[in-house]
Structures are given as C-alpha cells and as structure tokens.
Design a protein around this ligand. Structure first.
Ligand SMILES: C[S@@+](CC[C@H](N)C(=O)[O-])C[C@H]1O[C@@H](n2cnc3c(N)ncnc32)[C@H](O)[C@@H]1O
Length: 253
C-alpha cells in the first residue's frame, strides 16, 4: 500500500488535537540505538535487486529505505550486510512506545539513533501507521525532508549525532540492555529507582552495539538468560517502569 501523505498527516494530527494526559512524574527516555534504519546507500544503488524494487515503487533508489527482505542480494557482499536494512525493528519499537500507557501519561520520550548517527525524535502525540509499507513511506519522507508532517512536525531528524552526544543530553541513570550484561531482575531493580531512567536498546538483529555503550552508560544489564528481540525488551521496560512503584495486583488498575 503506498504512503498517503494527507491521510497519514491527518492521522498524526488527530492525536495532537486530543493531546496525551500529562503529569509531572519521572520520565523514561527509551532509545533504540545503532538502529538498522537508513536510506539505500549509493554504493549499492545500481544493484539489480535495488533497481527492481525502485522501479516497482516508482522511486529513485537512494530515496528508498534499505530493506533486507527486498535488497538481500545487494547486501550479501556489503560491509555488515548481514545485519543491515531492518526498518521493521524501528516500526515495532515505535508502535510499542507510542501506543503504551506510559506514553499516554506523558512519561515517555521515544528516540531512535541509527547506525549513521541520525537521531529521530518522535513527539508523544505521534500516531505511527500500523501498516508496514506506510511506515516505510513515512520514514522515507522524513529522510528527505528532515521533519514530518510539514508545518507542525511531530517527527524530526537530526544528522551527525553520535550516541555519546545524544546520551549526554539524556537523564541519568543510563542503562544499556544487552544479552551479555549483568543479569538482573528488572522489576525490583526499577522499584529501587526513584526518578528518571534512560534505557538503551539495540535496534539491530544480530551482534553487538556498534557504539561503546559500556563506556557511555552507567550499567549494562541483561534481563533474561536467552537472547531476546529488541521489541520484547522494549515491552518489558515499558511495563516494568510504569508499574515500578505499584507492582501488579489482582485488581485491574
Ligand atoms: C536481537 S538483540 C541483538 C542481539 C545481541 N546478541 C544482544 O542481545 O546484544 C536486540 C537488542 O535486544 C536487547 N536484548 C536482547 N537480549 C537481551 C537480554 N537477554 N537482556 C537484555 N537485553 C537484551 C539488546 O538491547 C539488544 O541489542
């Protein structure tokens, strides 16, 4: 399904008019870091797999998002090609964050940091398209224009911001989440935390963070003995942070 700017902008603005509930409680800053979200690199723009999908979509190759499900043959011999082109991870991350209860309460900041040091900030009011092709269209528009929707942007893109620079402006403590981190039970760990938290989750399918998270964060924690998907870790953090001062009971809240 093609990206329909007017319809999607109307959808984005609807939330702004309703407005989220606001409160002055502590804030969770959730960062999807080193995310594999980027336009098609010039170096593979001429590859037949890229040219075919560009023709099908009626776009020039470098204005499309790199997507491993379409451009896999072009990524085979490309540096770190086995982990690149995963906009689906950013899609699930943003859907989970922006539709979360804690976001509706005005206690969440949602940020994506990409492998190319592009930083995407999403206003709490943003309504992300559930349809994946429309999300792709929205991100392609963002990479071209730097902010969407025009006039009253809810999503902005800033280029050349390293994770180190981004984190220097985020509240402490800052925790990175990794399979190889210090094993913790998230619920009591968060219950012991009084105020804000900045949580860093990797936006890539395999391997390690490209950014030096162990140096940049106060802690690197693991919440399960098995490797988890980025969106699974995101959902655990969103709920555990919200309920940290009032653990779940039998009564619905
Ligand atoms: C698919 S994983 C990347 C695989 C990588 N081996 C890892 O976990 O570091 C995506 C992200 O989910 C988070 N993650 C995965 N398993 C985790 C675990 N057991 N504990 C905490 N975070 C985890 C990390 O932030 C990771 O970067």
């Amino acid at each position: 399904m093609p990206f329909r700017p007017l319809e999607d902008v109307a959808c984005l603005l609807a939330r702004r008019l309703e407005g989220p509930e606001r409160n002055t409680d502590s804030v969770l800053t959730l960062i999807l870091a080193d995310a594999e979200l980027e336009p098609v690199p010039q170096a593979i723009a001429g590859h037949p797999a890229v040219r075919t999908s560009a023709k099908r979509r009626g776009r020039s190759p470098t204005t499309m998002l790199l997507d491993s499900s379409l451009h896999h043959p072009a990524l085979k011999r490309f540096p770190e090609g086995e982990r690149r082109g995963r906009p689906d991870i950013a899609h699930l991350f943003t859907l989970l964050c922006l539709d979360s209860v804690i976001n509706g309460q005005g206690q969440l900041r949602t940020i994506i940091h990409t492998r190319n040091d592009d930083v995407i900030r999403l206003a709490a009011e943003t309504r992300i398209p559930k349809n994946y092709p429309r999300f792709v269209g929205l991100m392609e528009d963002l990479f071209q224009k730097g902010a969407v929707p025009e006039g009253q942007p809810l999503i902005t893109l800033e280029r050349g911001v390293t994770l180190e620079t981004l984190l220097s402006g985020c509240p402490s403590p800052r925790w990175a989440f990794a399979e190889t981190g210090e094993r913790v039970n998230l619920w009591p760990e968060l219950a012991a935390l009084e105020g804000d938290l900045t949580a860093v989750v990797g936006g890539f399918p395999h391997g390690d963070f490209r950014s030096p998270v162990a140096r940049l964060c106060d802690r690197v924690v693991s919440i399960h003995e098995e490797p988890l998907r980025a969106w699974t870790v995101t959902s655990e953090i969103l709920v555990a942070y919200r309920q940290r001062s009032a653990p779940p009971t039998a009564d619905p809240t």
